[in-house]
Design a protein around this ligand. Structure first.
Ligand code: GLC
Ligand code: CA
Length: 538
C-alpha cells in the first residue's frame, strides 16, 4: 500500500508565534485556521503543531498539565476540532505533539503523587531516596541545567527525577496503569481526526542505573545525556508504544537526538515503532554536546558527509523526515550560510536542498520567507528557560557576559520563536498587540505580504521547489545517491536528477550534467557562484 505521508510536504507551526487572531499578543488556534489558505497555497499538506495542551508554560507547553484540554489563550477544544476539520477538508493532515517522557509538575497525577507517599501515582514517576546525608541519588545534570533530582517537599530523604526542568517530572514507563491511561488519551485524540503525532524526547524514557559518574563541569555535576538518552534496553518500551500506535493507526515522527544509526531498525525498521524519524546527527554541527558555548568551526565537507550518512543510513532501514530548522534550533540561514551577503540567495539554495532530499521534508514557520536570527543585547531580553541556563553555564565555564550573549544570539531557541512576519505593519501583522516575545526587527524587510508580490522572493522560490517535488514521484521514491565532487559542494543524485549545492562563499568551476530545472540564481555560467544551488535533469 502506498503510504501517503511519504509523499507529504511537512510544515511545523509554533502556535504561540504563528498568528494572533484575538489580539492579546499570543498566537492562537483561530489564527492558525485563518492561515490555512496560505498553507494550502504554499503547497504543504502535513502540519505538525507544537504542544497546544493546557500547561503552566514553564517550557512553553512541553510541560503538560492536562493532555485533554487546550491551553486557554490558544482557544478551546471546539476551536481545535474546527481546525482539524477545516484542515482535513483541504487535504491538510494534522499532527499533534506527543509529550510522554514527562508531564508538568502541575499534572494531577504528579500532584497526587507528591501529596501522598502511598499514592499509586508515585509509581507513575521516578521517586527515589537520597543517600540519607542530604544528597540526591546521583550527580547528573539535567538537560536544562541543575541536578536531575528535586527534593520532595515535606519529606526528608525523598527526591523525584526530571531529565529536563524541575517542573517536568519524568514518567515511569514500567508502570502499566500509566501506560494504559496514555494509550486511552492517544486513542481519543485520534478519534478527533488527527493523523498522528510528533513524539517528543521519546528516547529519554529508559534510564540507566541511578549512580554517580565523573563530574564534567564547574557545577559538580555530569551531563545526563549518556544515562538518560538512548539507554540500552529502551526497546522494551518502544514495544509498548508500538502497540498503542498500531492500535490507533497513528502516523508518527520520532524526535531522536543523538540516535546511533545501529539502532535505527528499532525506530523505523520494518517492525519499528515510528513511521519516520527526525535525525539530528547533521543538525547540531555548530556546537558540541548541545552546549551553546561549545561552538565548532565546522567545515562544509564534514556537514556534507554527515548529511550523506544520514540519508544513506536511513534509506537502508526506513523513512526519515529531513529538516533544517525547528523551534529548538536557530534559523538555518544563520547556521549554514556563513556570509551574510548571501543570506537571501542562500535561503533559496537551502530550500532546494531540503526539498530534494529523501524523506518527508519539514519546513519550520518563517523558513519559507528566509527569516533570520535576532540579535539581543542582554540576558533579560531572552525568554527561553534554556537560554537562561546556557547563559549561566557559559559564565561558569569562564566566558564573559559579552561572549555568553553572543552564544545565545547564535543558538538560543528564542531565535526561531519570534512571531511570524506576515506584513510590515507594527508587530508584523502577527497581532495588533505587543507580542509575548520580542519581535524580530527584520519584519519590515522580511515578510509574507511583500514576498507574495515579488516573483523572485524566497517564498515564491519555496513554492517552485515544492511544486517540482510534487510533480515527480522520483523525489519520493528514488534512492539518494551520494555524488561527492568538491569539498565545498554538497552534491547528490535522486533518480534522473542531480543536485549541486555550493555551501561556501567562493566561486567554484564545475561541469554539470543535464539540463537545469531549478536554480537559486538567475543563471549559470559554468561556475557555481557563492551559495548557489542547482537541480539538473538528465
Ligand atoms: C524536545 C522539545 C523541546 C523541549 C524538550 C522537553 O526536545 O522539542 O522544545 O524543551 O523536548 O520536552
Ligand atoms: Ca491570541
Amino acid at each position: 500500500m502506498q503510504q501517503w505521508w511519504k509523499y507529504a510536504i511537512g510544515y511545523q507551526i509554533y502556535p504561540m508565534s504563528f498568528c494572533d487572531k484575538n489580539n492579546d499578543g499570543i498566537g492562537d488556534i483561530k489564527g492558525i485556521i485563518s492561515k490555512l489558505d496560505y498553507l494550502e497555497d504554499l503547497g504543504v499538506n502535513l502540519i505538525w503543531i507544537c504542544p497546544m495542551y493546557d500547561s503552566p508554560m514553564d517550557d512553553n507547553g512541553y510541560d503538560i498539565r492536562d493532555y485533554e484540554a487546550i491551553y486557554a489563550p490558544f482557544g478551546t477544544m471546539e476551536d481545535m476540532q474546527e481546525l482539524i476539520d477545516k484542515a482535513n477538508a483541504k487535504g491538510i493532515k494534522i499532527m499533534m505533539d506527543l509529550v510522554v517522557n514527562h508531564t508538568s509538575d502541575e499534572h494531577i497525577w504528579f500532584q497526587k503523587a507528591l501529596k501522598d507517599k502511598h499514592s499509586p501515582y508515585r509509581d507513575y514517576y521516578w521517586f527515589k531516596e537520597g543517600d540519607g546525608k542530604g544528597n540526591p541519588p546521583c550527580n547528573w545534570r539535567s538537560v536544562f541545567g541543575g541536578p536531575v533530582w528535586e527534593k520532595v517537599p515535606g519529606e526528608d530523604n525523598m527526591y523525584y527525577f526530571h531529565s529536563f526542568s524541575k517542573r517536568q517530572p519524568d514518567l515511569n514507563w514500567n508502570c502499566p496503569s500509566m501506560r494504559r491511561e496514555l494509550g486511552e488519551m492517544i486513542a481519543r485524540w485520534m478519534k478527533r481526526g488527527i493523523a498522528g503525532f510528533r513524539v517528543d524526547a521519546i528516547n529519554f524514557i529508559n534510564k540507566d542505573a541511578f549512580v554517580s559518574h565523573e563530574v564534567d563541569g564547574p557545577d559538580g555535576l555530569v551531563s545526563c545525556f549518556a544515562y538518560t538518552r538512548n539507554v540500552p534496553g529502551i526497546e522494551k518500551y518502544y514495544v509498548y508504544l508500538k502497540e498503542i500506535f498500531d492500535a490507533n493507526k497513528c502516523v508518527t515522527i520520532c524526535e531522536a537526538t543523538g540516535m546511533p544509526y545501529e539502532e535505527l531498525d528499532v525506530y523505523v525498521g520494518e517492525h519499528g515503532t515510528f513511521s519516520m524519524v527526525f535525525d539530528f546527527n547533521y543538525t547540531n554541527i555548530d556546537v558540541e554536546n548541545e552546549d551553546y558555548f561549545r561552538r565548532t568551526n565546522w567545515r562544509v565537507e564534514s556537514y556534507r558527509d554527515l548529511l550523506y550518512d544520514s540519508q544513506l543510513q536511513l534509506q537502508k532501514v526506513g523513512w526519515s523526515a529531513p529538516f533544517l530548522e525547528n523551534h529548538d534550533q536557530p534559523r538555518c540561514i544563520n547556521k549554514l550560510i556563513r556570509n551574510e551577503k548571501y543570506h537571501a540567495v542562500g535561503a533559496k539554495t537551502l530550500a532546494l536542498m531540503l526539498l530534494s532530499l529523501k524523506g518527508t521534508p519539514f519546513i519550520y514557520q518563517g523558513q519559507e520567507i528566509g527569516m533570520v536570527n535576532f540579535k539581543r543585547t542582554g540576558i533579560e531580553q531572552f525568554d527561553d528557560l534554556n537560554a537562561k541556563s546556557q547563559y549561566e553555564q557559559s559564565l561558569a565555564n569562564g566566558f564573559s557576559e559579552e561572549e555568553s550573549i553572543y552564544f545565545l544570539n547564535m543558538r538560543s531557541r528564542d531565535n526561531s520563536r519570534t512571531p511570524m512576519c506576515w506584513d510590515k505593519s507594527q508587530y508584523g501583522g502577527f497581532s495588533n498587540h505587543e507580542p509575548w516575545i520580542l519581535m524580530n526587527e527584520k519584519y519590515p524587510s522580511i515578510n509574507v505580504e511583500d514576498q507574495i508580490k515579488d516573483e523572485t522572493s524566497v517564498l515564491n522560490f519555496y513554492k517552485k521547489v515544492i511544486h517540482l517535488r510534487k510533480s515527480d514521484p522520483a523525489f519520493v521514491e528514488s534512492d539518494f545517491e551520494a555524488y561527492p565532487l568538491h569539498k565545498d559542494i554538497i552534491s547528490y543524485k535522486r533518480g534522473k536528477y542531480t543536485i549541486y549545492i555550493n555551501l561556501s562563499d567562493k566561486d567554484i568551476k564545475l561541469d554539470i550534467e543535464g539540463n537545469i530545472v531549478l536554480n537559486s540564481y538567475s543563471d549559470y555560467d559554468g561556475t557555481l557562484k557563492p551559495y548557489q544551488g542547482l537541480i539538473t535533469e538528465q
